[in-house]
Design a binder for this molecule. Structure first.
Ligand code: ADP
Ligand code: ADP
Length: 239
């Protein structure tokens, strides 16, 4: 069964910009899908509609039995817990340790008071550390996030998302600020860990070559519509 089902999704922003128009597709567990298309195509809006960072104008998002357009606050929270997200700008808390940035991924599981006080259990800390080791950041665990290179910060971003134990990972241009060599390192980690842990992944990319070398499926977008949805080897130049 599909883990994510998007049906006739449209988004018009308050200023009238039509960012998505009638987008329909579904995602099977364990898929690694690249969403490609030029800047302004609607890729970021699409990802943000899935975890409700953006409110769609029309259509529906069904994630793992949660109908997000009919979801109440509690269900939206439950949905966001199961959907990890990583960003182009990493979105780390700069003055805080790498370990605590990763533990932020756990906050959705904790009561707000303990979370605000940073009272994480030893179990949570061990899990967060294990993730950092897995991402090659053993030496960086107690450093401040802003002491790290861009590629290291993005690995922290991946660890934070994984700390939520997501079923789906959304990555919004995760390598757009990184050089080609670092980009490969990031994509290798993201791909390998999602595969190993059976996490479905949707990653927005504007480099077609990167999309082709990792994705099990490619969704091509243009002006808010899906113009391609298929295997990487089916993608021709006009898409
Ligand atoms: P992409 O990720 O493919 O670059 P976006 O989803 O960011 O595309 O943007 C799609 C369109 O929606 C663009 O025209 C963009 O300017 C517009 N847009 C994005 N966010 C907003 C917003 N908050 N308010 C108004 N327009 C927006
Ligand atoms: P990107 O396209 O790489 O996501 P942008 O610089 O286009 O980055 O957008 C940065 C932020 O501004 C995003 O949160 C986006 O939703 C918002 N945004 C983008 N386009 C518009 C717009 N036309 N009006 C208002 N907000 C926008």
């Amino acid at each position: 069964a599909a883990i994510l089902q998007i049906d006739k999704l449209s988004k018009q922003y308050a200023d009238g910009t039509a960012a998505l128009h009638d987008v329909t597709f579904s995602l099977e567990p364990g898929e690694f899908v690249a969403v490609i298309g030029p800047s302004g195509a609607g890729k970021s809006t699409l990802l943000r509609c899935i975890n409700r960072l953006v409110e769609p104008t029309e259509g529906s998002v069904l994630f793992d039995d949660i109908h997000s357009d009919k979801a109440n606050r509690r269900q939206v929270q439950q949905l966001r817990r199961q959907v990890g997200m990583i960003f182009q700008g990493y979105n780390l808390v700069e003055r805080v340790s790498v370990l605590h940035n990763v533990l932020h991924g756990r906050l959705g599981y904790m009561d707000p008071i303990r979370g605000a006080l940073g009272l994480f259990s030893n179990h949570d800390k061990q899990e967060a550390k294990a993730l950092l080791v897995r991402l090659g950041l053993e030496q960086q665990i107690y450093k401040r996030a802003d002491e790290l290179s861009g590629g290291q910060q993005q690995r922290v971003g991946i660890a934070r998302a994984l700390c939520q134990k997501p079923k789906l990972m959304l990555a919004d241009e995760p390598i757009a600020s990184l050089d080609p060599l670092t980009s490969k390192v990031i994509m290798d980690y993201l791909y390998r860990i999602c595969r190993e842990d059976g996490i479905a992944c949707m990653v927005n990319l504007h480099q077609v070559d990167v999309a082709k070398s990792y994705a099990t499926r490619i969704i091509g977008m243009h002006k808010g519509k899906i113009v391609f949805n298929g295997r990487p080897d089916e993608l021709t130049d006009e898409a």
